[in-house]
Write a protein that binds this ligand. Sequence first.
Ligand SMILES: Nc1nc2c(ncn2[C@@H]2O[C@H](COP(=O)(O)OP(=O)(O)OP(=O)(O)O)[C@@H](O)[C@H]2O)c(=O)[nH]1
Ligand SMILES: [Mg+2]
Length: 295
Amino acid sequence: MKENRCLFAAVVGEPNAGKSTLVNSMVGEKISIISHKIQTTRRQIYGIANFENSQIVFVDTPGFCQDKSPLEKVILSNFKNSYKHSDLLILIIDALSKNLSRSLKFIKKVELAKFPLVIAINKVDVAKKENILKLAAMVSEFNFIKKVFMISALTDDGLDDLRSFLIDYAPTGKWLFEKGCATDMPLKFRLSEITREKLFNKLEKDLPYSIYVETELFHESEKKARIYQSIVVIKASQKGIILGKNGNMIKDIKDKAITDMQSLLGKKIELKLFVKVREKWTEKTEHLKSAGILN
Ligand SMILES: Nc1nc2c(ncn2[C@@H]2O[C@H](COP(=O)(O)OP(=O)(O)OP(=O)(O)O)[C@@H](O)[C@H]2O)c(=O)[nH]1
Ligand SMILES: [Mg+2]
């Protein structure tokens, strides 16, 4: 009988590079929320995939960010804590991006820390070949990098190679999560994230960064789940934007969230959304905890 193996692989990189998309594709289930806006992921999230005798725990992380605002400070600290205990780092580079400066800085830091690293150049389904090759040439200058993959997290291109590498790389060890367990996220937080994703994708400009969602009530019976959530904003003026004209915006968000919640729980959903104002929540520990951003 083959011995069990277990690997913690942290997925790191620029905001919007496709880290969460990769984790979801590898797990084969929507674990981490995705948007076309930067800084969607705010804390580490485990996506767990089992391949025969190997358990790969993908650690989704917030993208590299600055530390100008109070929220960014917390997200940056979450990022720094998220990859420290991993066996391997997977640095995602967006093949559409022309600026590699933050990724290069990170590679140099990782080299000094002697951390094992592989690179995945992502979005090869849409990037120009010459840009992909240019990026590959730039990173191949670093001899310590174990391997460079060309992937599309969206279309699954190149994911078989990456998966095989991870399975081979995984050290012998006990599985830390039961079979069938796809994430460590508490269900209430996962439900909050579903609604936050809909808000991120619908709202414009800076509004998504002023919001968190908290699941206040979750009650389920065999056929139905009742979920009450608060959408928390910083200023009273933001409330009206979320409600929208004749309540159309919040209705659309609610409908979209219900669809995802239904497929997650496999039962009928009764969802109530309340919009609340909590001034300066990004600066208050208790609210950052309610938001699931702080432990
Ligand atoms: N065409 C294409 N788009 C992709 C691919 N991977 C991700 N995307 C898109 O890129 C955007 C960002 O994806 P995310 O997975 O949210 O990126 P992220 O790195 O987790 O972003 P943050 O959490 O904000 O740091 C979304 O619009 C995805 O649909 C890919 O391989 N090809
Ligand atoms: Mg993300």
